[in-house]
Write a protein that binds this ligand. Structure first.
Ligand SMILES: [Zn+2]
Length: 198
């Protein structure tokens, strides 16, 4: 397999901060769900169905903006492709970098496709999805305990107030409240209930 087709960037798992930054940027722009779900762009779309976004002062395709946000500038001539074949999807686990190698260029010339799924791109997508699933159970570098999360879920104050109280970012609280992290923890009115039952 040609080395430049392998989506090197996607093989890296993303940190909690990187995913929180993405979540903050996507809020109000796309639906955000589980790693397996397509996160569909809710704003402008091209005729072909791809999201359109302003990013870095330029109008671009939403999936390219997401990729650039997470991994940095996209090399000229590279494509951001969808494993899910769903143009409006911006779930990073469904995206991969399709760099034109000679044989891809050949396919483009023949008008066939500009995205070629490889074993490497599938493996990267699976590894990112695993990391995201793990994060939805427990964020990497988690600073909160299960008991604190249970209390946060039951806390009716504003997310900013709760975040300040626990010394974490508001996005951390938002992810908890929207059940995107610590999904197995339930809000408890009673403190320290049934710890041994897990
Ligand atoms: Zn998708």
């Amino acid at each position: 397999m040609p080395a430049d087709v392998a989506p090197r960037a996607a093989a890296m798992s993303l940190s909690d901060e990187e995913l929180a930054r993405l979540e903050a940027w996507l809020r109000g722009r796309a639906t955000i769900g589980a790693p397996d779900d397509c996160w569909e762009w809710q704003r402008g779309r091209t005729v072909a169905g791809y999201g359109t976004a302003r990013f870095g002062g330029k109008q671009t395709v939403a999936s390219r903006a997401v990729w650039a946000l997470l991994y940095g500038p996209i090399r000229e001539g590279a494509y951001i492709c969808h494993h899910c074949d769903n143009p409006p999807c911006v779930n990073p686990a469904h995206l991969f970098l399709g760099t034109p190698s000679d044989n891809v260029q050949d396919m483009i010339r023949k008008g066939r496709m500009n995205c070629v799924k490889t074993d490497a791109s599938r493996a990267s997508a699976r590894s990112l999805m695993r990391a995201m699933r793990a994060r939805q159970r427990r964020p990497l570098n988690a600073r909160l305990t299960d008991e604190q999360v249970a209390a946060i879920l039951a806390d009716s104050r504003s997310q900013d107030a709760i975040a300040a109280d626990y010394g974490v970012a508001q996005t951390t609280i938002s992810l908890i409240k929207r059940r995107l992290t610590w999904r197995d923890v339930t809000a408890t009115a009673e403190p320290a209930a049934a710890e041994e039952d897990r």
